[in-house]
Design a protein around this ligand. Structure first.
Ligand SMILES: [Zn+2]
Length: 237
């Protein structure tokens, strides 16, 4: 079972080419969006699950939540959402980031949707909010925060995506080692993320390399290493 747990379809230079590769691999893809406009561009496709999100980088003090609930009712999951106090340098938008994120967590709770969460520089605060809203089984995307928080996230049954820096990062190795295999997922985060790591754009097929790397590191076969993906798919159905 191949699942890409976090991909930005609108970032590919050719959506058709990306879809052809997704079809060739028969890979279920969680297509996150960063805005309503981005969400509307996600194609209807049997292998694509649609996520409505407002990315923390897109939040400004003027960001409006009006009309969002309609898309939340329509979506397969909520994401990409979250907080970012590291890459997002405009501190005047931080209160709005929190307001938008909390609203979307409340929507997730009310409508029983799974969220796909960005936590950069805000790992402790995201954890406290998940506890506050009693949200279990959420997807923590490309975690790179303190290892000390992992047990508390795991107590909430969170899933952790391993991204394109697998094999290039000691921190990611430590996360792979710490997370039980049935809580691990794989993702490519669109074509730009690997470019950031190696200079080369990524492609849906990179899931095969990431999954193989995790399987070898944890001493698992491919059926075992897919158990997190199987659990997630059962929850999303
Ligand atoms: Zn992303």
């Amino acid at each position: 079972m191949l699942v890409n747990a976090h991909d930005h379809l609108s970032h590919y230079h050719s959506l058709d080419e990306a879809l052809r590769e997704i079809e060739r691999l028969e890979m279920t893809t969680l297509a996150v969006s960063e805005s309503v406009q981005d969400y509307k561009s996600i194609p209807d496709h049997p292998l694509i699950l649609k996520g409505i999100g407002i990315h923390p980088w897109q939040v400004t003090p003027e960001t409006s939540l009006q009309g969002l609930e309609e898309y939340i009712l329509d979506c397969d999951f909520i994401g990409e959402i979250g907080l970012d106090y590291y890459w997002a340098k405009d501190q005047s938008a931080y209160p709005k980031q929190r307001e938008v994120f909390e609203f979307l967590l409340q929507m997730a709770k009310a409508h029983h949707k799974i969220t796909n969460i960005h936590t950069k520089g805000a790992e402790g605060e995201v954890l406290q909010l998940l506890k506050h809203y009693q949200l279990h089984g959420q997807i923590i995307h490309w975690y790179s925060g303190p290892l000390e928080l992992l047990d508390e996230y795991l107590a909430l049954d969170c899933f952790f995506t391993i991204s394109v820096d697998a094999g290039h990062s000691e921190l990611t190795d430590a996360i792979i080692d710490r997370i039980p295999h049935d809580r691990l997922l794989f993702e490519t985060d669109g074509p730009g993320a690997l470019e950031w790591v190696t200079g080369e754009p990524s492609w849906p097929e990179d899931i095969l390399r990431i999954r193989q790397y995790v399987a070898e590191r944890k001493g698992l076969n491919l059926t075992e290493v897919d158990s997190g993906s199987r659990k997630l798919m059962a929850l999303l159905k």
